[in-house]
Design a protein around this ligand. Structure first.
Ligand SMILES: [Zn+2]
Length: 71
C-alpha cells in the first residue's frame, strides 16, 4: 500500500490503482488515485533514504479539475 499527498483532501491518502512509472530524469514514481476522492496523485520514489525533496514536489497543474484519462 502506498501513500501520497492528495491536493484535494489536503492530507496524505492511500493511493489506489498505483502504477510505477519512470520519469524522464530517471526517477521512479507512482501514479494513481486518491482512495477517498479519486483525484490523480503522483508520488515520486526516486529519493533514496527518504530525503525531503519529495515533499516539495507539487504538480504545477492542480486546479481542481479531474485528470484526463491518458493513454
Ligand atoms: Zn483525495
Amino acid at each position: 500500500m502506498v501513500e501520497g499527498y492528495c491536493v484535494k483532501c489536503k492530507t496524505r491518502k492511500e493511493i489506489t490503482d498505483g502504477v510505477e512509472e519512470t520519469m524522464k530524469n530517471g526517477r521512479l514514481a507512482i501514479k494513481g488515485r486518491c482512495a477517498t476522492c479519486g483525484t490523480v496523485m503522483f508520488k515520486i520514489l526516486g529519493s533514496k533514504g527518504g530525503s525531503a525533496a519529495a515533499a516539495k514536489a507539487a504538480p504545477p497543474e492542480s486546479s481542481g479539475s479531474d485528470a484526463q484519462p491518458s493513454s
